[in-house]
Design a protein around this ligand. Structure first.
Ligand code: SF4
Ligand code: SF4
Length: 205
């Protein structure tokens, strides 16, 4: 039985930025974010950028070898708006900077789900240490808030749980990812399923 569900369009084109300039800084807060993207530009590779017709997994032709954006200031809004989890959190060390880690992290579903978007050229980096142990630890914590840890890898979508990593088929554009909590033989468990775009449209109608 499904208790609660949360639905989200899957893998929205989320884009990249370099945080090194004032226009990319977060809204004023009590504590300034000290981080900058530096040489990282992994989000410029990992995500679609619809405005540029750039496909996920390919470098943006505006990104520099040493990081940075060649059309800074004129870059698409989706690029301007994006900040990865590492950039937002001062307490995540340089080991977790996406170009070092081999994946970009972000939050989804109102902050409930931790999303890991894998660099297709380093598809197994998220399973190496120190990353994998921490990712597994998050997979124990997130369900307390009805959240999940999801990993978008070249072979599909992993739902990471403390016991195993369940592989779902890779969602396509327009598909809906449904997550929530349900009662199973092992107690309350998180679940995730991919609803094909056609079916999702029918359901919404
Ligand atoms: S992945 Fe994060 S740190 Fe790297 S360029 Fe994008 S926003 Fe900056
Ligand atoms: S336009 Fe600039 S910020 Fe956007 S993906 Fe390309 S290099 Fe990155």
């Amino acid at each position: 039985m499904t208790l609660t569900t949360h639905r989200a369009e899957t893998r929205s084109p989320a884009p990249a930025t370099n945080a090194a300039t004032p226009s990319n800084q977060a809204a004023p807060s009590r504590r300034a974010n000290l981080k900058m993207c530096g040489e990282c530009n992994l989000c410029c590779k990992v995500y679609d950028v619809e405005d540029l017709e750039k496909k996920a997994g390919h470098h943006c032709h505006h990104s520099g070898r040493q990081g940075g954006c060649g059309i800074w200031g004129l870059h698409p809004k989706s690029c301007q708006d994006f900040k990865c989890l590492w950039l937002k959190h001062d307490d995540m060390s340089g080991l977790w900077r996406p170009d070092n880690a081999g994946f970009v992290m972000r939050l989804e579903a109102g902050g409930r789900n931790v999303i890991i978007d894998v660099d297709p050229d380093r598809p197994h980096a998220w399973k190496s240490e120190p990353y994998y142990s921490q990712i597994k630890a998050w997979s124990e914590i997130m369900p307390r808030n009805e959240g999940l840890v999801l990993c978008y890898a070249p072979e599909g979508l992993y739902v990471v749980t403390p016991m195993e990593d369940l592989l779902l088929r890779a969602p396509k554009k327009g598909d809906v990812l449904e997550t929530g909590m349900e009662i199973s033989l092992f107690g309350l468990q998180p679940f995730a399923r991919v609803i094909p775009a056609k079916e999702a449209t029918r359901k919404r109608a």
